[in-house]
Design a protein around this ligand. Structure first.
Ligand SMILES: [Zn+2]
Length: 526
């Protein structure tokens, strides 16, 4: 019991009537917390047991990733995912709704067939990029590689030759092996040479791009105007088989990404005068515009219903694969936490709100819209936990510049079992995040909003926004730990009798607290 509390009781004792009123108030105020704190160990044990033996994680992953699939903003699948989240919560007796905040062009991915038709036949491994132009029939044309340019005039002269051609627009990779293999297996001298050659090629490529005076997007649109009929990129991540799949820059012609192996083949055939030809057949649908949504679920608090503990994870993804680790894992983590709380500890002091955001990938749009649209609600959020960094175990929490984060977060973390907690490093008071993922939208509104950072499992090189972000990359062993950690942090926060301070640290000179930003409410820039 804090000293100030004791003192207030002593003052009260001087006045019998006040003491009676005070006691009456305290009975109702402390009942849920008392209940919770009395049974806490049993609740945590029951939850841990269910997480280990009988969790819903693989079923949720199956329904979201295998059945619904990728969740590109504006696509029918994205809306299907929002509805699935609402319906799943309803099955668990948790109130949830989809809240519209804007609109986006609606595009549905179809099939992609890319075939090398000359000098020999080969199926090419690749796919169209998101929002690709809808083409009525396949195109077949000669491939040209972009040469290295020294000046803008060089580029402009060359651009007169692309009419009717398919243009290769990525840098050629000398080796398809990841650097880690070179390091492990090559002789020291050969590894050194490999690195030097790679750096030389990269520098030459970047200088050539700079010479054109255009970024890749502007270049594609310029070449399209000059009559190019298609574009092929290969956005290799450095890990075997893994390419990043974003969106097309072309307005009316197809733009596809192909594997490093096939890109190399096309490139070598083109620069060695073999006049290779490619047939590209992309199918997709334009479905007008769709509303964009956030899904918001609520487990009402009993004694402090106007104080919120918020769980946060974006529901959308890019659509090169299934969005399993970005952010299927964050999504099913928060859903499973909510299910367990509703089952084992539904009566908490504070209200628990779960935000499943739309369009994080285009600039935290769903969460920014929530902050902008709900100024009164946002002030009720006392603390927020966001997860959006892949499938690994939680291993780091930054205090985000909140002076007292050490006290409350540190105390809550003590309740996480030692074998899980020992992996979690903290940094207090830390520095406020200005972007990157959705907790940043709330930090800008002075809400202690923490990111549950994770062991990376080659997230950046392997699954993040790639064609390899699939169900099999989920590490359920790690996810189970995260369910336990997040459930305990949430219940501790929802029943902490103390106020949760949002006092901000004094920032170093030349740094400023992030400010609230407008979301994109339409797809005009895409
Ligand atoms: Zn993400």
């Amino acid at each position: 019991m804090p000293l100030s509390f004791l003192k207030s009781i002593q003052t009260m004792k001087n006045n019998k009537q006040n003491l009676f009123l005070f006691a009456l108030g305290m009975v109702s105020l402390v009942s849920s917390a008392q209940n919770f704190h009395q049974n806490k160990q049993k609740i945590y044990n029951d939850i841990s047991k269910e997480v280990q033996n009988n969790n819903n994680l693989d079923q949720l992953a199956f329904e979201l990733l295998d059945v619904i699939g990728p969740r590109l903003v504006g696509s029918p699948e994205m809306n299907q995912a929002h509805n699935w989240v609402v319906n799943t919560y309803k099955k668990w007796n948790i109130k949830a709704e989809n809240v519209a905040y804007g609109e986006w062009k609606s595009w549905q991915r179809g099939t992609t067939e890319i075939t090398l038709t000359a000098p020999r036949i080969k199926t090419i491994d690749g796919m169209q990029l998101a929002w690709n132009a809808v083409t009525k029939k396949p195109i077949e044309a000669e491939i040209v590689a972009m040469p290295f340019f020294e000046t803008k005039v060089d580029f402009e002269n060359w651009s007169e030759t692309v009419k009717g051609k398919i243009v290769l627009i990525s840098a050629y990779q000398n080796s398809g092996r990841p650097e880690s293999q070179w390091k492990e297996h090559a002789t020291e001298e050969d590894f050194f040479d490999y690195k030097a050659a790679k750096e030389k090629t990269n520098t030459a490529w970047n200088n050539s791009l700079k010479a054109t005076g255009k970024n890749t997007r502007e270049m594609v649109q310029f070449l399209e105007k000059k009559g190019a009929v298609g574009f092929v990129q290969s956005y290799f991540t450095g890990t075997m088989g893994s390419n990043r799949i974003f969106y097309s820059f072309a307005k009316n012609t197809p733009m596809v990404d192909v594997s490093l192996e096939d890109y190399g083949l096309l490139y070598r055939l083109a620069v060695n005068g073999k006049n290779p030809k490619l047939k590209i057949n992309t199918k997709s649908k334009k479905l007008g515009t769709s509303k964009t949504y956030n899904t918001i679920a609520t487990i009402p608090g009993k004694t402090k219903p106007n104080e919120y503990v918020m769980l946060s994870a974006h529901l959308d993804s890019w659509d090169g694969a299934q969005g399993a680790t970005d952010n299927g894992t964050g999504t099913i983590l928060m859903m499973e936490v909510a299910r367990l709380i509703q089952k084992y500890a539904p009566n908490n002091d504070r209200t628990i709100v779960i935000g499943h955001w739309g369009s994080e990938e285009q600039g935290l749009n769903g969460s920014r819209a929530y902050v902008m649209n709900n100024p009164t609600e946002v002030q009720k959020i006392k603390v927020l936990f966001n997860q959006d960094s892949g499938t690994g175990r939680i291993n780091y929490i930054n205090g985000q510049g909140f002076t007292h984060a050490y006290n409350f977060l540190g105390t809550w973390l003590q309740n996480v079992p030692e074998e899980i907690r020992k992996h979690i490093k903290t940094d207090f008071p830390g520095m406020p995040q200005n972007g990157g993922t959705d907790n940043a939208s709330f930090i800008a509104a002075d809400i202690p909003a923490f990111n549950l950072s994770t062991q990376n499992w080659d997230y950046g090189q392997y699954t993040w926004h790639t064609n390899r972000d699939t169900y099999d990359k989920i590490v359920f062993e790690e996810l189970r730990k995260n369910v336990i950690t997040t459930t305990i942090l949430t219940l501790e926060a929802a029943n902490d009798p103390n106020e949760i301070s949002n006092e901000k640290r004094i920032l170093p000179t030349n740094t400023e607290w992030p400010t609230i930003k407008e979301p994109k409410r339409n797809s005009n820039d895409y």
